[in-house]
Design a protein around this ligand. Structure first.
Ligand SMILES: [Zn+2]
Length: 88
């Protein structure tokens, strides 16, 4: 099931969350797929998303879609992305 979710638009329609794990320090962050779709576009491939780790600024984290109810955590923080306009 999870493997068939390839784009942010599809993930958003199924109420998926996007979990990003830093390959270096294992720091994790969760985003609502709908939030990311509104910024990166619904056709954006989840596998192509890259996130900089806020803890170690290490290598780019990999994004994986998952369903909220499948999470083992009872509580989690969901980050809301903010679009920042680049200068120039
Ligand atoms: Zn890290």
């Amino acid at each position: 099931m999870t493997r068939t979710i390839r784009t942010l638009g599809l993930a958003a329609r199924h109420d998926f969350l996007i979990q990003v794990t830093c390959p270096s320090c294992r720091h994790e962050a969760c985003f609502l797929a709908g939030d990311l779709a509104s910024i990166y576009g619904e056709g954006r491939s989840i596998a192509s998303l890259r996130f900089k780790c806020s803890q170690c600024h290490g290598p780019d984290g990999r994004a994986l879609p998952f369903r909220q109810e499948s999470s083992r955590k009872r509580e989690m923080v969901v980050w809301r992305p903010v679009k920042v306009k680049a200068q120039g």
